[in-house]
Design a protein around this ligand. Structure first.
Ligand SMILES: Cc1ncc(COP(=O)(O)O)c(C=O)c1O
Length: 485
């Protein structure tokens, strides 16, 4: 069945379409069509949905029907709309554009594209030797069926030892190995959240967590993070827990994605106490915990303050090691791990044994690998912040003390427009609204520093050029990448 977007809904999505930067002399219909294209490119307006009838949209936007007619015509001509007389108009994309209709980022294969949409490093050199050693280990497992719903013991032990070394005594039966942190989150939500349950998340937050929550039809409320180094406002966060009493809160206290904030120990402790009193389970995503930079000291894990099995921690290999491994985990109480394993067999039975063995070998070499990652990330972060300071001095950056991303405050609400323009010059961006609800956060942009420094500097040069173009009055189309620095 084709879904339909109503006039009022589309008007809300379109927001300030008539006042977007870079359109000063372009006619209303072109601005309207351009904004619809942008919504499609951002995945905020799905593909294959029926747009409102021209009259309905004209009424919702309080503009003339002729303007809507002309905008729809332009969208048809550019391949963004298919119409059939009497049946309506559906959104689509021209063949050359690939945008996931789910709203998730799909990495591109285009080699000339500098992909700043994905915040993850290439594999470390230790990966191939670890894979070889894992293959040598495999015969030890081949006599069994190979299904280990909670994970192979040696990996559970290695992960438990990591927590214990961080000051959080953990036994292997408190660990369940998953196929990535995203999988861990999905499983925890299945266990801890009935469909339609209430959830508190940070804003901005990790977009695929929002996707997992949407799949549970969660009722989401947000805690807005400050842009400066402070991050969480303790009173507001604790107040939201006390008053809203959400069923669950999803937080990223270590080098939060996308802001890079690190939650102080005192707030961790108070948050766990308040969550317990409010009946809220805390799902703590520790994806970036291995990546403090500049010798930053880590506060104790949030679960250290937990006396009532309120805290479920999730983490994985993707950020310090490699995303392609697809190894993550959950740390919870042993009974919770058993319940998770029971839920899991309805999804994927178990994680691959070979990949788990690779993870065991990488974790055995953890300090060498992770130290090299930190050195690399610090250098790339500095190259990116230097390039931004030189080429885009009006953008404000709070330098994070860890993680892999900068959360940049732009010089206007231009994030989506900038992402569209950047795409045309071979830079793929994740614009601010990706990290929030309701199309807000247009003044922000996430820039990962996971690519080599030279690529980051090149990307900033291209962004500076298109940023300048957005301001130039009368520039007819962003599609012409005339100025490439
Ligand atoms: C906060 C956060 N959680 C989860 C994930 C997904 O990690 P994985 O690749 O382990 O599924 C990411 C990846 O970007 C992330 O940033």
């Amino acid at each position: 069945m084709t879904s339909q977007v109503r006039g009022a809904q589309l008007a809300r999505l379109l927001g300030q379409w008539h006042a977007l930067p870079g359109r000063r002399r372009s006619p209303d219909y072109a601005a309207l069509a351009g904004t619809v294209r942008g919504l499609l490119a951002d995945g905020r307006l799905p593909l294959g949905v029926r747009l409102p009838a021209e009259r309905e949209l004209a009424e919702a936007l309080r503009i003339s029907r002729t303007t809507v007619t002309a905008a729809y015509r332009q969208l048809r001509e550019s391949g963004h709309l298919a119409s059939r007389r009497g049946a309506g108009s559906w959104t689509m994309l021209p063949g050359t554009h690939r945008v996931a209709s789910t709203g998730l980022w799909t990495p591109l294969d285009d080699r000339d594209m500098i992909d700043l949409g994905v915040a993850a490093l290439a594999a470390p050199p230790e990966l191939v030797p670890a894979a070889r050693a894992a293959a040598e280990d495999l015969p030890r497992y081949l006599g069994g069926a190979g299904y280990h719903p909670t994970g192979i013991n040696e990996l559970r032990e290695a992960v438990a030892a990591k927590y214990t070394a961080r000051g959080l005594p953990t036994s292997p039966d408190q660990i369940m190995v998953t196929s990535g942190t995203q999988h861990a989150l999905d499983l925890v939500l299945r266990l801890a959240l009935a469909p339609g349950g209430s959830v508190l998340v940070e804003s901005p937050t990790y977009p695929n967590a929002l996707a997992a929550l949407a799949a549970r039809r969660a009722r989401i409320t947000t805690h807005g993070l400050a842009t400066d180094a402070a991050g969480w406002d303790a009173d507001m966060l604790l107040g939201s827990l006390r008053q809203g009493r959400p069923k669950l809160a999803y937080l990223i206290p270590e080098f939060q994605n996308p802001t890079g904030h690190l939650m102080p120990a005192e707030l961790r402790e108070r948050m766990v106490g308040v969550a317990h009193a409010a009946g809220t389970d805390l799902v703590i995503d520790e994806s970036f915990v291995d990546l403090p930079l500049d010798g930053t000291e880590l506060p104790p894990p949030v679960a250290t303050f937990d006396r009532h099995s309120r805290v479920i921690s999730i983490g994985g290999m993707s950020k310090p090691y490699w995303g392609g491994l697809r190894i993550g985990w959950v740390r919870a109480s042993a009974p919770q791990v058993q319940r998770l394993a029971a839920a899991r067999v309805g999804v994927d039975m178990a994680s691959p044994v070979l990949d788990q063995l690779v993870a065991v070998h990488l974790l055995a070499d953890a300090s060498a690998i992770v130290n090299a990652r930190r050195t690399q990330l610090a250098a790339q972060r500095d190259a990116l912040t230097d390039a931004l300071a030189r080429r885009l001095p009006d953008w404000r950056v709070t330098v994070p003390r860890g993680g892999v991303t900068l959360w940049v405050e732009l010089d206007g609400p231009i994030s989506s427009a900038l992402a569209r323009a950047a795409d045309e010059v071979g830079v793929r961006l994740a614009p601010g609204p990706r990290f929030g609800l309701d199309g807000t956060l247009e003044r922000f942009l996430r820039l990962p520093f996971t690519l080599p420094a030279a690529d980051l500097v090149e990307a900033v040069g291209r962004l500076a050029a298109v940023r300048y173009d957005l301001d130039r009055a009368g520039r007819p189309r962003w599609q012409e990448p005339a100025v490439i620095a």
